[in-house]
Design a protein around this ligand. Sequence first.
Ligand code: ADQ
Length: 417
Amino acid sequence: MARQRGPKVFAIVLAGGEGKRLMPLTADRAKPAVPFGGIYRLIDFALSNLANSGFLQMVVLTQYKSHSLDRHVTKTWRMSTMLGNYVAPVPAQQRRGKQWFSGSADAIYQSLNLIHDEHPDIVVVVGADHVYRMDFAQMVEQHIESGARATVAAIRQPIEMANQFGVIELDQSSPQKKIAAFREKPSDPVGLVDAPHEVLASMGNYVFDTDALIEAVTADAELEDSKHDMGGDIIPAFVERGEAYAYDFRDNVIPGATDRDFGYWRDVGTLDSFFDAHMDLVSIHPIFNVYNYDWPIMTNASSFPPAKFIHGASARQGMATGSMISPGCIISGSVVNGSVLSPNVHVHSFAQVDDAVLLDNVQIGRHCRIQRAIIDKDVSVPPGVSIGLDHDDDRARGFTVTDSGLVVIGKGTVIPS
Ligand code: ADQ
């Protein structure tokens, strides 16, 4: 792994989000710990991007339901402290009293000792909720060249999604993309001049001069009317002082990226967007290419045996098409289409699974029909049960059904025969 050159960079991964809109997947795990793409957790994307960028000193600020997140980070991402590389999960410090962090800026404020200990020149702050590849070294380079005190990564998004993002307005007279205005989740967005149906959205990834970040979160901590939020309070303060610039994600070049996945970035904050991002993975020419080994997405190595496809009791061939099947899975005399299976999923004879995301240890019984569903860990679907074919029935059984008709079953749910 490349050693860091140039300015000393310290990375903070904000991993305390609750992920309410991903319920029931976030019922007992933090959003960054939600499994994704068969073998990953969401946080692996942010941590892989930082590690591939050569930034190997990272802390992960955790908060809600952090047990499985801590376990994953400690087990997967512990690196050699002897080489000066590490990833440390840091729980809420409660330095300022008994309350937990109130917002992402407060989380940084309460963890300032970590920055003081390291004396970095630059602090990179990233979210842990997105699926994408990004070379943060290129963003740091632009940050230094532009003379910014804060740089915000920016991507064009449809205007109807503006109320989910920080929306950036650029100073048109500034070739370096100085930010003229920043509004967090506006309800009355204005479209871009060259694309009225789009806005320039903050990706929730920031680069700061260390002293500027320390000053900003310290000053913000004193403000009673602040929500202590990076997007809502800290970035607007930098913009007001004329010290914030945007970094255009389209300028980010990733080795091995294809035309199809160039510029790919998904906020998987809702059940539907989480599901859609899985379907991006299994489309014939993947829209997000996990097979790009020039910029690997890293996670823990599994000790499961390879996936197996076998003739079932009826001599029907066990098969999967357009699907990603993880180690330890057994598809026996059944058919899986357009789906992503996490490790150790068993699909038994005569079952049919279409467009599904099945997390670890899910058991699909004989003659089951599963269609357009997410089934969380440790769920056993008894023989002959259908899911996703009759939404009234799905609701009556207590499953979550989204407006688009996606059925979601929480971890460990006991499904009656
Ligand atoms: P949101 O994602 O809505 O918008 P927030 O809920 O603060 O903002 O989450 C940002 C990141 O911080 C997430 O990774 C979350 O897990 C983490 N986080 C939140 N509170 C935390 C806490 N107290 N401790 C530790 N981690 C915490 C943000 C920006 C927008 C931007 C979108 C992009 O505010 O401007 O457009 O991200 O998705």
